[in-house]
Design a protein around this ligand. Structure first.
Ligand SMILES: *[C@@H]1O[C@H](CO)[C@@H](O)[C@H](O)[C@H]1NC(C)=O
Length: 420
């Protein structure tokens, strides 16, 4: 069935070239003046400057919670959870930092739970609950601020696959739920899916870390024709963990492969070429299907390289979704509609594609997804601060009565309660 040649393939290929020449012909300045607005009421907030809108107190923690973990294995500086470390470094020298906790709006605990790597370099989250619990205990015993709110004016970076559920398999993550001690805190996490136990109200969904320098080094001439219609590199099946298929990516990736492996419009494969980043810049659509978790660094890469993300992950909550007009720059395809992916994408009108490409070319959207070293105005660090600032002032329910307790220090799995 997938082998059948589609009659419109040639027409679509012609459209591809047309799209490219239209965009290339538009004057560069014009891109800058395209307004980012769209469906979200918050249009324009990407350029907000958080300085003056919030004050953050950074707890000084014993080195075992952060520096020592990093010293043990610096590979956690380059993996997709590295925002946890860079956010700490950013805040230490940020203008929103205050050294006076009495005037702080937010309290931040620098603890690197995703930097506790296995000897092979895997960021398995099994000790994370104990590290986190130990850090909170330390904070609660050392300063008076935790007990005032039991964490409701505290934020934590929990960038692992399923955030503070601290497991990489969805089923197990859901069984575990969010670590009980973090249930009043604001969690800054990569994981985002509506109506999911691992995303609590008030969380801030952030992009995964993708190295900006590395991407920069692979930029090609922006006038290069986008001669690939659909591009994807990655797994379709996870043989090691799901030999039968069907669980991994809830079957969506297997369906992409089975339906389109022989379709000439689809440049898809498991091979990871050295020209991966260049290829994305030669493609119109980049598939961003869920894997074990709904998110992946492809989303950031697609935006940076101006390839329209095709998001296949039902109910995904995208990074900074209250600030980035995702509906205007990407295409959403329901997991059940993957078999129709070809007709869905080829029926998108040309001017619609061009409009999305123009918005994608806007600098503010790209910057918002990047954790720059050193930081730049409007980058992901600033968007996190803007997100925290938009949550102010704290509601009355945040501050507890003297002696009032809401959280249970002894709740959770027996293993998680062991000291670290
Ligand atoms: C906060 O409350 C915990 C018990 O819930 C207590 O052990 C701790 O000493 C309190 N912290 C401070 C600074 O009083």
């Amino acid at each position: 069935m997938a082998r059948e040649r589609r009659p419109w393939a040639a027409a679509a290929a012609a459209a591809v070239l047309l799209v490219v020449s239209c965009v290339a012909a538009a004057p560069l300045q014009q891109h800058k003046h395209d307004r980012i607005s769209g469906n979200n009421a918050a249009g324009g907030v990407l350029d907000d400057d958080p300085v003056g809108k919030l004050k953050v107190f950074v707890y000084e923690m014993p080195r075992k919670y952060n520096h020592n973990l990093l010293a043990k294995d610096s590979r956690c500086l380059s993996h997709m959870f590295a925002a946890e470390i860079f956010m700490h470094q950013f805040l230490l020298s940020s203008a929103v930092r205050t050294l006076d906790p009495e005037e702080a709006d937010w309290f931040y605990t620098p603890v690197y739970t995703t930097c506790d790597l296995t000897p092979q370099g895997f960021p398995l989250p099994f000790r994370a609950p104990r590290i986190m619990r130990s850090a909170i205990k330390y904070v609660a015993a050392t300063w008076p601020f935790w007990n005032r709110t039991e964490g409701a004016d505290h934020f934590f970076l929990t960038p692992h696959d399923f955030g503070a559920c601290f497991h990489y398999q969805e089923e197990r993550a859901m069984e575990r739920g969010i670590l009980p001690l973090l249930r009043r805190a604001t969690l800054v996490q990569t994981f985002g899916q509506r109506n999911h136990v691992c995303l609590q109200d008030g969380s801030i969904t952030i992009p995964p870390y993708a190295n900006p320098h590395k991407m920069q080094a692979h930029l090609i001439n922006p006038g290069t024709p986008r001669s690939i219609f659909v591009y994807f590199r990655g797994l379709f099946y996870d043989m090691g963990n799901d030999p039968e298929g069907g669980y991994y990516a809830r079957g969506a990736r297997a369906s992409v492969w089975e339906n389109f492996k022989d379709n000439p419009l689809f440049d898809i494969s498991t091979e990871h070429p050295s020209t991966y980043y260049e290829d994305m810049q030669r493609a119109i659509f980049c598939l961003c299907p869920l894997g074990w978790a709904p998110w992946s660094p492809r989303l950031v890469e697609a935006v940076v390289f101006g390839c329209i993300p095709v998001i296949i992950a039902d109910d995904i909550v995208l990074p900074f979704s209250d600030a980035i007009p995702w509906d205007d720059i990407s295409v959403f395809v329901a997991e059940k509609d993957v078999p129709r992916l070809d007709s869905i994408l080829t029926s998108i009108p040309l001017d619609d594609i061009i409009r999305r490409q123009r918005l994608l070319a806007t600098d503010s959207v790209k910057q918002a997804l990047l954790f720059h070293q050193p930081t730049r105005p409007g980058d992901a660090f600033h968007q996190i601060l803007n997100g925290l600032a938009r949550k102010l002032p704290h509601g009355k329910g945040v501050f507890l009565q003297p002696g009032e307790k809401v959280l249970d220090w002894n709740a959770g799995l027996e293993n998680d309660l062991k000291p670290w």
